[in-house]
Design a protein around this ligand. Structure first.
Ligand SMILES: Nc1ncnc2c1ncn2[C@@H]1O[C@H](COP(=O)(O)OP(=O)(O)OP(=O)(O)O)[C@@H](O)[C@H]1O
Ligand SMILES: [Mg+2]
Length: 487
């Protein structure tokens, strides 16, 4: 997890000195005694994050090595080192793309600051690239973390589906990355230069669904002051992403079917139909076949949407990707929050690997976000993941109710008999007395909001109460339901 710094110097004493500084900052040090060896290390997929390069070396020499490095791995920052009097070379090196430079002897403090700055710039650049790609519709499968075998299949299918205009249905539990897959399909398709318009079908006000999707003419109904394009026409030439498609009301399902079959829509109040050229990607975390069986979802529409289903597996089935996802999210929140977290401790990583992540990648993303904010050192620790480890930092303890500290890691199972290792929700206080029901309820709901990443329907179902009851309790307890649902 920690970043790897490649130290390139022909002088073994110098390498050892730099190694000591690097390791003290919790980075991993790798060595090369020549430019050639450094390029080998870089080429072997050794996951080098930053290079410290001596400019004066026998053989290929630092300048030549630098040029090669920038050609082969332009995203890996190179910090150059030189002896007194080598300033001219330093100028050339900076022009050739070096990120920073030092004149030997190197002071450990200055080197540490430089490493951190270089890393921060890298993370900010990564974040800028990601945001720009998301905004312009150029996000593609290479931007997803999907090395686990279960995910490779998703990428294979997605890339194949992207090549044609076939309707795609992205299936999977909440938080698995359905929207990201949809964006990648759009980005990999010939339509990537055109807009991708997202509609959250579950969040449309019932009386406006039709107008939002298909548009309306001026004066079509009371309040229709202006003509409105509608999402279909906004997406013309591009992709329309129908998120939570299972939530569409029945009468709209009929109209959507017609749009798909005929390639034309009827804006509200319009005299004529309008031709549209959109590629439909839809997504749902519901069992649509089941909804068809119970009559909630139209069978004919289901077959239209479900031509090319892609199942995104739960995080639990692709834990091989977890370390990389954690690293990715740390980088993102470092950039966003101006933090310098280098990774997670080995113990914490095994804790994260042992958890079952019912809220999937989104829950992991939220957990890392919270951890980055809570973290007091350079690496994330168990207590930075209180919902998962059951370990809290002192600052978290209640004033009037000192909670007992549960140190044992718990892998919470959503179902099954109550465990005696009940995790972060405590029924007794430190004095061994039972806590008030209301206080336990509050903690339980708070825990559930974190565990299910703020997905209120899921939380209500798990707690066995109605959604409106849940919302009422959230208000009563003054909890922040949205706090854990980002993105
Ligand atoms: N493979 C991945 N690599 C990198 N980031 C990912 C990956 N999968 C998901 N994410 C991130 O996790 C978050 C949740 O993903 P997304 O919104 O696509 O999930 P979803 O299945 O649509 O969730 P929901 O059911 O809540 O709508 C996003 O911030 C997304 O960028
Ligand atoms: Mg989604």
């Amino acid at each position: 997890m920690a970043k790897t710094i490649l130290i390139v110097d022909d002088d073994p004493t110098q390498r050892r000195l730099l190694q000591a500084v690097v390791e003290k900052q919790n980075f991993i040090a790798a060595h090369a005694d020549s430019g050639e060896a450094a390029l080998d290390a870089l080429g072997n997929g050794g996951n080098i994050d930053i290079i410290l390069l001596d400019l004066v070396m026998p053989g290929m020499g630092g300048m030549k090595a630098l040029a090669e490095m920038k050609a082969r791995a332009p995203h890996v920052p190179v910090i150059v080192l030189t002896g007194q009097g080598g300033i001219d070379t330093v100028v050339k090196a900076m022009q050739a793309g070096a990120a920073d430079f030092f004149v030997k002897p190197v002071s450990p403090e200055r080197l540490t600051v430089s490493l951190r700055n270089v890393m921060k710039v890298g993370e900010l650049q990564g974040e800028v690239v990601r945001l720009r790609k998301t905004a312009s519709g150029a996000l593609c499968f290479g931007d997803m973390i999907a090395d686990a075998p279960a995910m490779r299949q998703v990428v294979r299918l997605g890339e194949r589906g992207a090549k044609s205009n076939i309707p795609i249905l992205v299936l999977g539990d909440s938080g698995v990355g359905k929207e990201l897959v949809a964006q990648a399909i759009h980005g990999a398709s010939a339509r990537s230069g055109k807009p991708m318009i997202t509609v959250n079908c579950g969040a449309l006000p019932e009386n406006l669904v039709e107008s939002i999707l298909f548009g309306h003419e001026k004066g079509a109904f009371t309040g229709a002051i202006d003509k409105h394009m509608g999402k279909f026409r906004e997406a013309n030439g591009g992709t329309l992403f129908l998120d939570e498609v299972g939530d569409l009301p029945q009468d709209i399902q009929v109209k959507l079917l017609r749009a798909l079959q005929e390639g034309e829509i009827d804006p509200v109040g319009a005299k004529r139909s309008v031709k549209v050229d959109v590629r439909i990607i839809s997504a749902t975390n519901r069992d649509l076949a089941e909804d068809v069986a119970t009559g909630k979802f139209r069978e004919d529409l289901f077959y239209r949407l479900n031509v090319f289903p892609i199942d995104v597996p739960p995080l639990q089935d692709r834990m091989e990707d977890l370390p990389e996802l954690v690293r990715h999210f740390i980088g993102r929140f470092n950039a966003q929050e101006g933090m310098h977290i280098t990774g997670v401790t080995a113990q914490t990583m095994s804790l994260l690997k042992g958890f079952n992540w019912p809220g999937n990648v989104r829950q992991l993303e939220n957990a890392v976000f919270r951890a980055v904010i809570l973290c007091e050192g350079t690496e994330l620790e168990a207590q930075d993941f209180p919902h998962i480890s059951g370990v809290t930092r002192d600052i978290e303890a209640d004033d009037d109710e000192e909670l007992a500290l549960v140190v044992e890691p718990v892998a919470a199972q959503p179902d099954g008999p109550a465990s005696d290792r009940d995790g972060p929700v405590h029924i007794t206080n430190t004095a061994g007395h039972i806590r008030a029901l209301e206080a336990i309820e509050r903690d339980l709901i708070e825990f559930a909001i974190g565990a299910y990443a703020g997905h209120m329907s899921e939380i209500a179902r798990r707690l066995g109460i109605g959604r409106s009851t849940l919302y009422r309790k959230v208000r009563e307890h003054d909890l922040d339901a949205k706090a854990s649902k980002t993105g």
